[in-house]
Design a protein around this ligand. Structure first.
Ligand code: DQA
Length: 146
């Protein structure tokens, strides 16, 4: 059976394509989903992508992760990366590994983006490669076998 990876995208990522394309690139969220699913197939991973602008929905998704049906996560908590202790705590309590992903490189941007509350328990971070950040994270997860 294919291993299952859940990708959870946070606020404003549903606006990709329209939102600051000079920073986030031209691809829409639908294209991001297709890229992740396609890359997953090449790696023998079953990938599901979700996006929400609602923090409690995002927390609910994290709480609902059960190691019996999800093997690993990719988290792009977007702006919550830099603000949310609640998401950090929920991510820290996950029973499966996660990679933190960003389309842009937050460290090359405004100072308030230089802190990630959410990356502390990640097995890895990929940032700055646009959609390839997700593809690389999937590859990393496939290779580490978790
Ligand atoms: C982001 C980077 C964050 O700083 C920003 O708030 C986002 C997107 C990224 O993918 O580059 O919304 O997570």
């Amino acid at each position: 059976m294919r291993r299952r990876v859940l990708v959870l995208n946070g606020p404003n990522l549903g606006e990709l394509g329209r939102r600051e394309p000079e920073i986030y690139g031209p691809a829409t969220h639908e294209e991001l989903v297709a890229a992740c699913v396609e890359e997953g197939l090449t790696l023998d991973l079953d990938v599901e992508v979700r996006q929400t602008d609602d923090e409690s929905t995002y927390l609910g998704w994290l709480h609902g992760v059960d190691g019996s049906d999800v093997d690993a996560l990719i988290l792009n908590p977007a702006a919550w990366t830099h603000t949310s202790v609640a998401i950090r705590d929920a991510a820290a309590a996950l029973s499966v590994p996660y990679v933190e992903v960003h389309l842009s490189n937050p460290l090359s941007r405004e100072e308030f983006r230089h802190v990630s509350y959410t990356a502390g328990k990640a097995v890895g971070i990929v940032a700055g490669f646009g959609l390839d950040s997700y593809r690389l994270a999937l590859r990393g997860l496939a290779q580490r076998g978790g």
